[in-house]
Design a protein around this ligand. Structure first.
Ligand SMILES: Cc1ncc(COP(=O)(O)O)c(C=O)c1O
Length: 356
């Protein structure tokens, strides 16, 4: 993979071999299940079409997206397996689901009674987001349908509160009894659930683990998948008391060299990392200083004459020499989580694929 930027701007390197390695690790944890990889939000920012094509190698049942346009994008790219759209469908969308052969998620009996395509029923066992509540027996009794292909629930704290998984499973089991039929495809586990839920189910729905985000401190780390790099686009020598970036709220305490990188908040570097983030250059850590701007960030290279030159490549997430910044470390600087950092990588950041 080229280490230089033709655009003169940031790029993301996506390691497809590690994506597949992570998918196989999930399958090893869930013998007897097939994958329903979540490739929503452009596969957590790293590219849904490319990831779905690669994941074909592990023979997934299908793919999970959040929105109809995300599903259509996969269909138009030639993906043939089932695509399940997790935002509950609306009545007016039936024709679009049929036209693009999309599977709906439904959670309203009145819509289920008129939906003429295969669908999956979501049961709310504690997430309180979408789905029929597990204890709404009257509604559940009205959800049986010849089109009901799958039934699922979503774990709300499998990562941070393993004890929450068993009660959710019990609620789910009770709800399925109330439903009065047993659809073929049952799915519950997200990434952390694949490690915490000891039930053999038809499908497992990993997301963050596939893309290299840590699930919990007591669960295995995935292989890294996304590396964010940006070139040095400008360099300057500053004297004592010079300010850097908007607001002038960061000032040099002595002579120093400051490098400007071609990446900013429009590319996915949150402003909130200010004062905490570091980047790697030549295998060493340097602090990011001053405010994050839309298109650029500045890095303090220190007082000594610096070997860094315009065109050198900085690593914001990933490895450089013996140093690594994980997506989780980067996310913590922003008071955020790996999911949000990846999903918000900017549209203008080129995705470069390696391996596969
Ligand atoms: C319904 C559903 N299933 C599975 C997942 C995957 O979760 P994770 O990324 O934690 O593996 C998500 C992601 O938020 C989801 O919304």
């Amino acid at each position: 993979m080229s280490t230089h930027s033709s655009s003169g701007r940031a790029w993301v390197e996506v390691d497809l071999d590690n994506l597949i390695g992570n998918a196989r690790a999930v399958l090893d944890q869930t013998p007897g299940s097939r994958l329903l990889p979540m490739v929503k939000a452009d596969a957590y920012g790293v590219g849904a079409v490319m990831c779905a094509r690669m994941l074909e190698r592990v023979d997934p049942w299908g793919f999970g997206v959040a929105t109809v346009p995300e599903g259509i994008q996969l269909r138009q790219a030639g993906i043939r397996r089932p695509i399940l759209v997790f935002t509950p469908a609306q009545p007016a969308q039936l024709g679009t689901y049929r036209e693009h052969d999309l599977r709906a998620v439904l959670d309203r009996p009145e819509l289920i009674s008129v939906w003429t395509l295969p669908f999956h029923l979501e049961i709310d066992t504690g997430m309180a987001r979408c789905g029929v509540r597990w204890d709404d027996g009257a509604a559940l009794a009205r959800c049986a349908s010849p089109q009901l292909e799958g039934v699922f629930t979503h774990l709300f704290a499998a990562d941070v509160d393993p004890a929450s998984v068993a009660p959710q499973w019990e609620r789910f089991t009770e709800a399925r009894r109330r439903l009065g039929m047993s659809p073929r495809l049952v799915h519950v586990a997200n990434s952390a659930g694949a490690w915490r839920l000891r039930q053999e189910l038809a499908l497992v729905r990993p997301g963050i683990y596939l893309y290299g985000g840590r699930m919990a401190s007591d669960l295995p780390m995935p292989l890294p998948v996304a590396t964010l790099r940006a070139p040095v686009v400008s360099l300057r020598r500053l004297t004592t008391g010079d300010s850097v970036s908007y607001g002038g709220d960061w000032r040099t305490s002595g002579p120093t060299t400051v490098a400007t990188l071609g990446v900013g908040y429009a590319d996915g570097v949150p402003r909130a990392v200010q004062g905490r983030a570091h980047v790697l250059l030549g295998g060493r850590r340097y602090p990011l200083v001053g405010r994050v701007t839309m298109d650029f960030v500045m890095v303090d290279l220190g007082p000594a004459p610096s070997p860094v030159a315009v065109g050198d490549v900085a690593t914001l997430i990933g490895r450089d020499g013996d140093e690594t910044i994980t997506v989780d470390e980067f996310a913590a600087w922003a008071g955020s989580i790996s999911y949000e950092i990846l999903a918000r990588l900017g549209a203008r950041v080129e995705r470069r694929y390696a391996g596969g």
